[in-house]
Ligand binder design. Structure first.
Ligand code: CAA
Ligand code: NAD
Length: 296
């Protein structure tokens, strides 16, 4: 069950990072997007991330060039047929993910391993879209944003998991430089089970007037040593993605702490998806100097 070639579906915030770290570790990588313009945007973010690493002396020029040479972009899922492992990192929506897996199931040979980078959907529910034989080789591989910098990878198994294939994906995680934690299939796995209620509570606190955007962020950075305050982190993760995650986790657990605060929904409806859309809790017109938004 040797993994040599990796497919990545989606080249947004997460897919771009997953494709980058896989190529940097020596794997041949094919990354698939829905449209050429999204692929171009994702590829540009990989080029810029690699440039940052070269600038900081963390990557040589030669390694940057060989990483880029191992990376191919496509808008056709058919080009993923020869990959040994395919990691899906598209929108957090079960229906759209299922449509993708149904196509992959037809394109890929039986031995291909499939994995989802989902933040909150059940892996067991996701794998229901593929043929019974392949369900044993369907896992969660949950990366963290920004993928090139965050050390953790959650490897999620289900009750049907093939142990040899699970060992192969855990080993893959180590070869791309991640610390792998093993977790069973429960919505949000380990990290989001704890992180998501905290982030949603920060929004609720802001709605209730406990402090300004900047003071809530400052509180958790300076008071608890977090690298980013919760409202900055929400912008970083994407408010749309956080909204989808909270809806899914609330549906799963029926607990108030996972419910989406009304302000989050209103911001997503207004297209304020955080840093990637230029506006969220902060305005990123000048990306080096974000300004808190006036939220009425
Ligand atoms: N690629 C390469 N290098 C990058 C980079 C990228 N994408 N982004 C930043 N860097 C580099 C910078 O160039 C900088 O390098 P030096 O330290 O050598 O100067 C370094 O990383 C630090 O960057 P910054 O100075 O810009 O900012 P920072 O010190 O605040 O660090 C951070 C950035 C690592 C993102 C840090 O703020 C952090 O750890 N934030 C918390 C992130 C977090 O919690 N992520 C998890 C989100 S939840 C999730 O992912 C799960 C889910 O399902 C929603
Ligand atoms: P994103 O919106 O930045 O990117 C998603 C990308 O997928 C877009 O570029 C979109 O064009 C593409 N896409 C949509 N449908 C597609 C399809 N059928 N085929 C190919 N590409 C398609 O989202 P993201 O933040 O990268 O999140 C992707 C997944 O990763 C989600 O499941 C999310 O929950 C999970 N995740 C997100 C974070 C985070 O911090 N943002 C962290 C861990 C996991």
């Amino acid at each position: 069950m040797e993994i040599k070639k990796v497919g990545v579906i989606g080249c947004g915030l997460m897919g771009a990072g997953i494709a980058q770290v896989s190529a940097a570790a020596g794997y041949e990588v094919v990354v698939c997007e829905v449209e050429q313009r999204f692929l171009d945007k994702g590829m540009a973010s990989i080029t810029s991330s690699l440039a940052k690493l070269v600038e900081k002396g963390k990557l040589s020029d030669t390694d940057r060039n060989s990483t880029l040479a191992r990376l191919k972009g496509t808008t056709s899922l058919d080009d993923l047929a020869s990959c040994n492992l395919i990691i899906e990192a598209i929108i957090e929506n079960k229906k759209i993910k299922h449509e993708t897996y149904i196509k992959l199931d037809q394109i890929c040979p039986p031995e291909t391993i499939l994995a989802s980078n989902t933040s909150s959907l059940s892996i067991t529910e996701l794998m229901a879209a593929v043929s019974p034989g392949r369900q044993q080789r369907f896992f969660g591989l949950h990366f963290f944003n920004p993928v090139p910098l965050m050390k953790l990878l959650e490897a999620v198994r289900t009750i049907l998991s093939d142990e040899t294939a699970y060992a192969a994906v855990c080993e893959f995680g180590k070869t791309i430089g991640k610390a792998v934690v093993q977790t069973r299939d429960s919505s949000g796995f380990i990290v989001n089970r704890l992180l998501v209620p905290y982030l949603l509570d920060a929004i609720r606190g802001f709605e209730e007037g406990i402090g300004s955007i900047e003071d809530i962020d400052k509180g958790m950075m300076l008071g608890c040593g977090h690298p980013m305050g919760p409202l900055t982190l929400l912008d970083f993760v994407g408010l749309d993605t956080t909204y989808y995650i909270s809806e899914i986790m609330f549906e799963e657990f029926r607990e108030k702490r996972f419910a989406s605060p009304p302000l989050l929904k209103r911001m997503v409806l207004a297209g304020m998806n955080g840093r990637k859309s230029g506006r969220g809790f902060y305005d990123y017109s000048d990306p080096k100097n974000p300004k808190p938004m006036k939220l009425n």
